[in-house]
Design a binder for this molecule. Structure first.
Ligand SMILES: Cc1ncc(COP(=O)(O)O)c(C=O)c1O
Length: 414
């Protein structure tokens, strides 16, 4: 018999197996200084394209002031206890009302973390008689929610509507036997490819099938739609989303999340969602800070306009310079390249050390062997000069990659 710790010492997991050579540089890098498009990495200022600070709110003076004043006034302990028992406040309810207006739903429940909100809401909404049908490229929090589900689940290939329809036929047959119901889960914006979920087409399927639709709009909330109401607003089908999830971790530049739906469903979640009933409520400085961010998002459409100006300049510039950015239709900008893992690490090292440009890299085992994705996140506080500089750097590193300059048996040392 094996000792658990011995087993874990030998099996570090697909990313953890590279911890020794990557920790502190490729993984767990430390970006220091005020959050902006320029931050300090290993003692030197770099142009940063890896933060989901889409609207540039993280360091907005009004946000910083509101955060500081709220921390001073309330401290981080308040309120104590779970919302249901002793942790409720007028501020929590005010924020919920404001978020409901933003995403055009009747009511909203705040949650301490986005990830936990999705896992727990899925767990709470379905029982063993119900069937979940979900997109294959769903975020880990959706997959974990689905893992908790005691009934059947059917997956369809990413955004494949014909397959979704087939799975809905199967699911319908099944729930007719079990007496259960169907929940379809997808995302507004898929965080790796930048693709939008085909929400309008999914909603259209409601004419043919009976199901409810849960949308994780972590990347779409605040960035998509004429008022920042999200990807459903962008596609003109917000009403067809039955359960809307948003996070504060991206456009809001904070922490926490929320679920919006009908009054009836939100009340059900308030009284049944285990992660909220059995956990301490969101601290007041975070709630008051979120109220300030929401106010700014609503009052300043120019933040979103600037985000899109930078996004379009970056994406068009990359395409015009021969880069493959896939099928993104959101600010998320993946750049697809081919090469080995040592080539990818040498390339990132070159970008960071010689061009002072910091972006994220994705390689095997997250994506197939031989592929490299450089993932750029434009924000409202980047400039057109940043975009032009980046495209120039990318053209140079692509030439080096294609002429074999990054080839090396050994992973780059740093
Ligand atoms: C699509 C998606 N859903 C959910 C989450 C989890 O949200 P949070 O960071 O607020 O826990 C993330 C990542 O932040 C995400 O990208």
């Amino acid at each position: 018999m094996k000792d658990l710790f011995d087993k874990l010492r030998d099996n570090r997991g697909p990313i953890g197996m590279h911890a020794k050579e990557s920790h502190g540089y490729f993984t767990f890098p430390k970006l220091e200084g005020e959050i902006s498009s320029r931050m300090v990495f290993r003692g030197k200022e770099r142009l940063v394209w890896s933060l989901n600070n889409y609207l540039g709110l993280a360091n907005h003076p009004e946000v910083r002031k509101a955060d500081t004043e709220a921390a001073e006034k309330f401290g981080f302990a308040a309120p104590m206890g779970a919302r249901m028992m002793s942790g409720n406040s007028n501020y929590h309810e005010q924020l919920e009302a404001g978020l409901s207006e933003l995403v055009k739903k009747e009511d909203t429940i705040l949650c301490n973390f986005g990830y936990q909100a999705t896992v727990s809401a899925i767990d709470c909404l379905v029982d063993r008689h119900d069937v979940i049908v979900y997109d294959a490229e769903s975020h880990a929090c959706i997959l974990d929610g689905v893992r908790l589900h005691m009934g059947k689940r059917f997956v369809y290939p990413h955004n494949d509507m014909a397959s979704l329809e087939k799975q809905l036929e199967r699911a319908t047959k099944m729930v007719n036997e079990t007496g259960g119901a169907i929940l379809v889960i997808t995302e507004g914006v898929f965080g790796m490819s930048g693709n939008q979920g085909k929400l309008k087409e999914v909603v259209e399927l409601k004419k043919k099938f009976t199901f409810r639709l849960f949308v994780d709009d972590a990347h779409g909330c605040g960035t998509m739609g004429p008022t920042g109401g999200g990807t459903g607003e962008e596609q003109g089908c917000q009403d067809g989303i039955d359960i809307y999830f948003g996070t504060f971790a991206k456009s809001f530049a904070l922490i926490g999340g929320f679920i919006s739906s009908t009054e009836n469903i939100v009340e059900y979640l308030r009284y049944n969602m285990r992660s909220q009933i059995f956990a301490k409520s969101l601290p007041l400085p975070l709630v008051v800070g979120a109220i300030k961010r929401l106010e700014l998002i609503r009052a300043h459409p120019e933040f979103r306009e600037n985000l899109w100006k930078i996004t379009k300049a970056l994406q068009n510039g990359l395409k015009n310079n021969g880069f493959d950015i896939g099928t993104t239709s959101s600010p998320v900008t993946p750049v697809y390249l081919s090469g080995s893992i040592p080539e990818a690490t040498n390339l990132i090292l070159d970008l960071r050390e010689n061009y002072d440009l910091f972006c994220s890299m994705v390689v095997y085992p997250v994506i197939p062997k031989g592929q490299i994705i450089l993932r750029l996140i434009p924000t409202a506080i980047h400039t057109i000069e940043d975009v032009n500089y980046t495209i120039d750097c990318f053209s140079k590193i692509k030439d080096k990659l294609m002429t074999g300059k990054y080839m090396s048996e050994k992973i780059a040392a740093f």
